[in-house]
Structures are given as structure tokens and as C-alpha cells.
Design a protein around this ligand. Structure first.
Ligand SMILES: Nc1nc2c(ncn2[C@@H]2O[C@H](COP(=O)(O)OP(=O)(O)OP(=O)(O)O)[C@@H](O)[C@H]2O)c(=O)[nH]1
Length: 430
């Protein structure tokens, strides 16, 4: 009985141990599987993150990001020098696909720049076309005179007003006296009653005052010497700033407009810009310019210009001279030398003296000095558009005994008119 009881106890202990061991094994396996799942969840920490969208992320910190091999873009495919795309590159085009850029597109070769020769306003009838430019002189001179004379019988006070008006318009005392006398005679002789008749008389008297024995034609056409064509040589003189260079350029245009060929000599070497200015004028009419260095001897430049003109067979050589008026002797030396030296090549046909009408009596004084220095053959009165003293035309012509040949009526390239007394007086009287 006791052995049976012992056997029973042994079996019970074995079963208990077996159960205990099995329980422990099951519990351990459960713990391992939990740990494994945590490992999977923690894996991305600190490592590369591969999201399902395909965006590559790199770890931050100090570790250098993995360098990707740079994509090679041919530099010539990109406007910037490192071959990388720049702002404005087409986002839809793959970076490394060949692209045509501005550099690849060959522009057509520009044809050599031909000088643009301008259309020139015909010289004839310019005084009529530019008559409005004399409006300042007209209001002081023409309107006042016509108002006085058209009023009928004039008393002494009225005649005094006529005289003052003429003096104010810069006609000078001698010319004014002659005009007043002629007007008195004619108005009473013809028994003028209407303002239209008064205008007619005034027109006649003023035009007669402007008449001269000298020819008004500018001698700028070629002639023949010993059977050979010789260009006309024109010297343009005057004090600086009167409009010499401008007048030379305008005159060149007139000659070209009339079918002539012209060469310009920039002998005003005193001011470098004057030669540049003349060059511009020449280019505008397709003419050649001969110029020297700044400060070069004006006579040498004038000589070269005339020689070149003779050699190339142009119709006229226009020489723009310097006109410093520091001392009469200096001017005499310079201008005299220019003329002498030029005449080794060809005769000087015309010496045009340019006077600024706005300077009034001062201009007249300059004219006297120039006339002593050089044989002036014609006068150009410039800036008549900017003065109420158009009467200077009468005075200067009388003083010098030289005809006014041209008048400047503006800064425009064609604002130079041949001087015609009838048309001029017409414009003054309105
Ligand atoms: N309103 C007006 N201006 C003129 C006329 N003629 C010339 N001028 C102006 O006068 C100024 C002087 O003209 P220039 O031709 O340079 O004078 P210049 O005598 O050659 O002077 P330098 O070159 O210094 O010797 C310029 O601004 C011209 O445009 C004219 O008839 N009317």
C-alpha cells in the first residue's frame, strides 16, 4: 500500500514539473515576438527615409550627404557659364536635353552701314516758306510802320514815331533818314489815302533801299582753268558762335540739292567740336571732309581741302575758318594766311562773312574788322528768326557795300534762304 502511494506521488511531481516547464516556454516565446515587432517599428530612426512617394530624404546633422554624381550639361547648351540651368530655363525640357540658345541662333550679318543721305528742301522759294520766321521783326517793324502810315495824314509826332520804329529795328541813323525822306515824298506825291496804298509805297521804298550793285549769287559753281575743271572755292569767315559752321553745312546742302558735289574743309581748328560738327553736316549730304588735328594750322587744313577738291573734281570746296577776334593782327594773320595758302592751289571765289543778326551794332563792328582783313564778297546774316531787329540787313549792306547773299532763319538744316529783297520786305510787312 505504501509503495502504491509512493508511485502516485512521483507521477504527480513529474506532471507538475512538465506543466511548469511548458508554461515557462510559452511565456518566453510570447515575449520574443513582442520585442521583434518593436525592432521593426524603431528601424527608421536616424536612417534614410524611403517614403512611398519616392522622395529621398537624407539624415541631418554633420554627416556629409551622399554626393550624387553631377549631371553633365554641355556648357554651350546653357547661357550661363557653369552649364547649370538658370532662372527662366524651360522647366518642361529635361536639363540635359540639347537646347538651342541665343548663342546658337546665328543672326544675319548686318550690311555695312551706308551713309544716309537726307532729302534736302529745294533752295528756291525758301524765303516765302520761311517768312513766318521773321515774325519778331515783323511785329516791331512791319506792323508798327503800317499802323502809323496807314492812318492817313501824318503829323510831325507820327513821323517821329516812324523814325523811332526804324531805329529800334536796327536800321541805323543814315538809312533811317533816307527811308523817312523817301516815304514823305512818295506818300504826298501819290496822295496816298488807304492803308493798302501805304503798304505799297513802304514796300517799294524799303526794297529800293536793299538794292545793290553787287550780285547776290553765291559763287559756288565750278569753272574751267586751262581746260581743266576747277572747283569753286568758298571761304566762310566770321566770329565764333555766329553760325559759321552751321552755315557751311546748310550751304553744302543747298549745293547738293542742286546737283552739285561738295567737299568741306574744317579749318576751324581752334575748337575740335567744330570739325566734328562739320563732319556730321558732311555725312548728312554724303560729302567728304578734310580736317586736321586740334590746333593744327588752319591754313594747312584749308590747303589740303582745296587740293583734295581739285584732285577729286568736286564742284565746290567750302572752307569753314576759325574766327577768333582776340586781336585784329592775329585775325589778319590767320585769315590772310589761309587765303594766300589756298590760292597756291586755286583762286578763292567767294569770301562769305557770317554775322549774327541778334548782336546788332556789335555785329556791324565785327563786320568792319573783317572787311579790313579780307576781301569780303558776300554777307550771311544768321539768326534772323530770333530777333526783332531784322533792320540790320539794311545797315550792314550799306556799311560794307557788300550784298547780303544768304539769311539764316533757324537751326534746322534747311533754314538758310537766298536773300531776295522783295520777298524779305514782304515777309517783314506780313
Ligand atoms: N536760331 C538760329 N540759330 C542759328 C542759326 N544759325 C546758326 N545757329 C545756331 O548758332 C549756334 C552757333 O552756330 P555754329 O555754327 O556752331 O557757330 P560757329 O560760328 O561755327 O561757332 P564756332 O564753331 O565756335 O566757330 C548753333 O547753336 C546754331 O544752331 C540761325 O539762322 N538761326
Amino acid at each position: 500500500m505504501s509503495s502504491t502511494w509512493f508511485l502516485f506521488v512521483v507521477v504527480a511531481v513529474v506532471v507538475l514539473v512538465a506543466l511548469l516547464v511548458t508554461g515557462l516556454l510559452v511565456a518566453r516565446r510570447r515575449r520574443i515576438s513582442l520585442d521583434a515587432r518593436r525592432e521593426v517599428e524603431e528601424k527608421p530612426k536616424g536612417g534614410s527615409y524611403a517614403a512611398s512617394g519616392g522622395i529621398a530624404l537624407a539624415p541631418g546633422g554633420t554627416a556629409a550627404p551622399v554626393e550624387e554624381a553631377p549631371v553633365e550639361h554641355p556648357v554651350e547648351d546653357r547661357p550661363e557659364t557653369d552649364g547649370q540651368p538658370a532662372v527662366g530655363d524651360d522647366a518642361a525640357v529635361p536639363r540635359d536635353s540639347p537646347q538651342r540658345t541665343v548663342r546658337d541662333v546665328k543672326l544675319p550679318e548686318a550690311p555695312p552701314e551706308a551713309p544716309v543721305v537726307e532729302e534736302i528742301d529745294p533752295a528756291t522759294g525758301r524765303m516765302e516758306r520761311l517768312r513766318g520766321r521773321l515774325s519778331k521783326s515783323r511785329s516791331v517793324f512791319g506792323t508798327s510802320l503800317l499802323g502809323l502810315l496807314g492812318a492817313g495824314d501824318l503829323d510831325e509826332d507820327s513821323w517821329q514815331d516812324v523814325e523811332d520804329t526804324l531805329l529800334m529795328a536796327d536800321l541805323g541813323a543814315a538809312t533811317t533818314n533816307q527811308i523817312v525822306e523817301r516815304l514823305r515824298d512818295e506818300l504826298s506825291r501819290r496822295a496816298v489815302r488807304s492803308s493798302a496804298e501805304a503798304r505799297e509805297v513802304l514796300h517799294e521804298v524799303l526794297t529800293a533801299q536793299l538794292s545793290t550793285d553787287g550780285h547776290r549769287a553765291v559763287r559756288a559753281l565750278p569753272h574751267t582753268v586751262d581746260g581743266k575743271k576747277q572747283p569753286a572755292v568758298v571761304l566762310v569767315a566770321g566770329v565764333n558762335g555766329t553760325g559759321k559752321t552751321t552755315t557751311t553745312g546748310k550751304l553744302a546742302r543747298v549745293l547738293v540739292a542742286q546737283g552739285g558735289t561738295v567737299l568741306l574743309g574744317a579749318a576751324d581748328t581752334f575748337r575740335a567740336a567744330a570739325a566734328d560738327q562739320l563732319q556730321t553736316w558732311a555725312e548728312r549730304v554724303g560729302a567728304e571732309v578734310v580736317r586736321g588735328k586740334e590746333g593744327a594750322d588752319p591754313a594747312a587744313v584749308a590747303f589740303d581741302a582745296v587740293k583734295r577738291g581739285v584732285d577729286t573734281g568736286v564742284d565746290a570746296v567750302l572752307v569753314d575758318t576759325a574766327g577768333r577776334l582776340h586781336t585784329k593782327t592775329g585775325l589778319m594773320d590767320e585769315l590772310g594766311k589761309v587765303k594766300r595758302v589756298v590760292e597756291k592751289q586755286a583762286k578763292v571765289d567767294e569770301v562769305l562773312l557770317v554775322l549774327d543778326a541778334t548782336t546788332g551794332q556789335n555785329g556791324l563792328m565785327q563786320a568792319r574788322v573783317f572787311a579790313e582783313v579780307i576781301d569780303v564778297t558776300g554777307i550771311v546774316l544768321t539768326k534772323l528768326d530770333g530777333t526783332a531787329k531784322g533792320g540790320i540787313v539794311f545797315q550792314v549792306q550799306k556799311e560794307l557795300g557788300v550784298p547780303v547773299k544768304l539769311v539764316g532763319l533757324g537751326e534746322g538744316p534747311d533754314d538758310l534762304a537766298p536773300f531776295e529783297p522783295g520777298a524779305f520786305v514782304d515777309a517783314l510787312l506780313g
